[in-house]
Structure formats: structure tokens, C-alpha cells
Write a protein that binds this ligand. Structure first.
Ligand SMILES: *Cc1c(COP(=O)(O)O)cnc(C)c1O
Length: 399
């Protein structure tokens, strides 16, 4: 592959991406495109972004050698990029800081967001408080129930949380509702999109804001191990933590990039959230990409133990990286993710997010077949405190 330089001016990654939205949103997206192009070339913008990441988020996040777990597995050494240690407990804050700084540049005093697990809602509410903006968060009614601590967190931070009861009452429906709000209030409002999906320019700008993860890894891994890792692995919901750690490695030969989708009850069961494994290209939420759809093209309901992976689509850059072969995509079931969750707790003293547990499970499955001097770098996208009710309930425990 030559020098990697995507998306093109229209927001395309090969056949994927683009800007498939109603007339009313085109002007707003064009305005965002122009403003982001200016910010992208403005060293002062990136200087402030870096300053915020250092003093507010706590970056750089460390990389940690999971020594006991690696020993137990008897193969490759597993290293964890600790995005769980960021302020608000996940990688999401890298992106919300970037978008809030853009909103401020554009003079918007109101921000809206959609959220699944609640992590992006919390990160949005956090930056809204930090920069003195009004914040409204749309969340599927079922997610409001299964992530109640995050709902209260958003309220504590001063945000308004709007439960969405339409459709499957999860992330997909929250996203529709957020887009509806944006159409109505486009002059005053900045839409902080939570993953590397949606219409152009979102997949590009979210990637750029999350690329700090991979940039740090590229510097930290040689310091720790004398070289770059053999494999970089991350879970894939919409794809932001994965593209964030992959992107700086795309041009680095010899580093395998592996994205892990949620197989739920198993791909064959149909109850999963794995569009790259079992979907086909289609348009949803303003972009073209692999999508879980039935024979009639209707978007299918998804299932995953992890609310943050429960989305029927996936960002366009991952669709391109899959087709081009530069990245590989695999999947992990609920049961495998839960086993990895418990192993990480017991062997490393780290409670991982259920989303991240999918990437951990892939590493645990793969490491034994590799040699002891090989290295798997896992993006530990978030901490699992938000998931303890879910895990307890699955073990028959009521907290
Ligand atoms: C939201 C979330 C994800 C999934 O979103 P991506 O955009 O695919 O990264 C993964 N891990 C954690 C901890 C999350 O909060």
C-alpha cells in the first residue's frame, strides 16, 4: 500500500463513507467540514487539544505488561494500552474534547450527543460542563435502564438525558433522535458524534482525535519492548477506539491490525452485533458501510452483552480496511468476553469494560499459538465499573 491518505474530499474510503443526509443537514455538515479543515491546519488548535489531554484527561495513558495473564496463557506477551485510566474512564473523552473545542471555535453554545453504554454521554456532559455549554444527551430507553449509574452521572454534570423509546430502544434509535434535534436546532447546536461513523466529516475528525492513542503507542512500545508489537487488537462498535489505535500503524509494515466485533450468542444464532462478519453494504445514519440487514434490506436488531458494541453498523474506514486486507476482523461471543473480563480482574487487578473484554478475549484466544517473544497490544478502551450490575446479574447476584 502507498502512502495512506483517506478519506477523499467527499469523505469516501473506497466505496464507503460519504454524506447521505437530508437537505437540511448538508449545510451544517459543509460548515463543519470547512471549520474542521481550518482547525486541522491550525497549530494553535492542536496545542490546546494536547494541553487539555495532558492536564484534564491525564494523558499519555500508560502501556502495561499483563505479565501474569501472559504467563498463564503460555504464548505471546500481552500489553494493555490503558485508556481505562483516562478521566471519565474510557477513550471517548479524547474525541469529545476535540469536538467541544471545535464547537467553541464555531460559536455554538449548545451541544447534543447520542449514547449507548452511556460513556459517550458522560464524556459529552463532562466537556459541556468544562467549557460552559448546554448539553442534551439522547439514549435508548433500554440502555437508560441497564446503564443507570451513567445516566445519573450525566445529570450530576448538568446534562439533560432524553430516553428514546422508539425502535429497539438502543443506540441506533438514540442516533436517529439526535440527528432530528440537530436538523431543528442547527444554528445554535453542535452535534458531538461518539464514534468514527456517521456522515462526512465525522469519521475523519473522530479518527483524528482518537489517533492520539496509536501515536502514543508508537512511541511507548519501542521504549518498553525495543520494537513495535506484532499485533494490535481493539474491539469494534462503531470503530473509534480501534481506528484510533490502528491509524498511526497503517503504514507500518509487519504490524497486524485486528478488530473484534461482538458475536453475542454466536454469529450463527443471528443474535449478535457483527456487521463486518455478517452484514453487507448499505446506508444508515448518513454513510455507506457494512450493515446488519435482513433479506429485504431492513436493519436488524442487534445483541451484545456490552451496550457499547450494540450497533448494527460500523465506521466506513473499517469497511475499507477490511476489503483492502490491511486490517482483519474477527468476533468474540458474550461468554468468551465474560470469561476474559473475569480473568483480567483476577490475574491483573484490572476491571475492564465489557466492550474491551472482547479485545482481551481475542488476545487470550490467540496468544497461546504465538511464541513467548511475540507481542499483542490490546487497546483497553475503558474500565468496567459501569458494567458491574450487568456482570452481577449474569451471575445471579443482585447488587
Ligand atoms: C463506546 C465504547 C466502545 C465502542 O465504541 P467504539 O467507537 O467502537 O470504540 C468500546 N469501549 C468502550 C469502553 C466504550 O465506552
Amino acid at each position: 500500500m502507498g502512502q495512506y491518505d483517506l478519506p477523499d474530499a467527499g469523505g469516501h474510503f473506497g466505496p464507503y463513507g460519504g454524506m447521505y443526509v437530508a437537505e437540511t443537514l448538508v449545510a451544517a455538515l459543509e460548515e463543519l467540514k470547512v471549520e474542521y479543515a481550518r482547525a486541522r491546519n491550525d497549530p494553535a488548535f492542536w496545542a490546546e487539544y494536547r494541553h487539555e489531554l495532558k492536564y484534564y484527561v491525564g494523558r499519555p495513558s500508560p502501556i502495561y505488561h499483563a505479565r501474569r495473564w501472559s504467563e498463564r496463557l503460555g504464548g505471546a506477551q500481552i500489553y494493555l494500552k490503558r485508556e481505562d485510566l483516562n478521566h471519565t474512564g474510557a477513550h471517548k473523552i479524547n474525541n469529545t474534547i476535540g469536538q467541544a473545542l471545535l464547537a467553541r471555535r464555531m460559536g455554538k453554545r449548545r451541544v447534543i450527543a447520542e449514547t449507548g453504554a452511556g460513556q459517550h454521554g458522560v464524556a459529552s456532559a463532562t466537556v459541556a460542563a468544562r467549557y460552559g455549554m448546554e448539553c442534551v444527551v439522547y439514549m435508548g430507553a433500554d440502555d437508560v435502564k441497564r446503564q443507570s449509574p451513567n445516566v445519573y452521572r450525566m445529570k450530576l454534570l448538568g446534562a439533560t438525558v432524553v430516553p428514546v423509546s422508539s425502535g429497539s430502544r438502543t443506540l441506533k434509535d438514540a442516533l436517529n433522535e439526535a440527528m432530528r434535534d440537530w436538523v431543528t436546532n442547527v444554528d445554535s447546536t453542535f452535534y458531538i458524534l461518539g464514534t468514527a461513523a456517521g456522515p462526512h466529516p465525522y469519521p475523519m475528525l473522530v479518527r483524528d482525535f482518537q489517533a492520539i492513542i496509536g501515536e502514543e503507542c508508537k512511541q511507548q512500545m519501542p521504549e518498553l519492548t525495543g520494537r513495535q508489537p506484532d499485533v494490535v487488537v481493539a474491539c469494534v462498535g462503531g470503530g473509534s477506539n480501534a481506528i484510533g489505535i490502528f491509524y498511526p500503524y497503517i503504514d507500518v509494515d509487519g504490524v497486524r491490525l485486528v478488530g473484534v466485533e461482538a458475536a453475542g450468542d454466536g454469529i450463527a444464532s443471528g443474535r449478535h452485533a457483527a456487521p463486518l462478519a455478517a452484514g453487507r453494504p448499505g446506508v444508515l445514519h448518513g454513510f455507506n458501510g457494512y450493515l446488519m440487514q435482513d433479506a429485504n434490506g431492513l436493519v436488524m436488531e442487534t445483541h451484545s452483552v456490552s451496550a457499547g458494541l450494540d450497533y448494527p453498523g460500523v465506521g466506513p474506514e473499517h469497511c475499507y480496511l477490511k476489503d483492502s486486507g490491511r486490517a482483519e476482523y474477527d468476533s468474540v461471543t458474550d461468554d468468551e468476553a465474560l470469561a476474559a473480563f473475569h480473568d483480567c480482574c483476577h490475574l491483573e487487578g484490572i476491571i475492564p469494560a465489557l466492550e474491551s473484554s472482547h479485545a482481551l478475549a481475542w488476545a487470550a484466544r490467540t496468544a497461546p499459538a504465538m511464541s513467548r517473544d511475540q507481542v499483542i497490544l490490546v487497546n483497553l478502551s475503558g474500565r468496567g465499573d459501569k458494567d458491574i450490575n450487568t456482570v452481577a446479574a449474569l451471575s445471579g447476584i443482585t447488587l
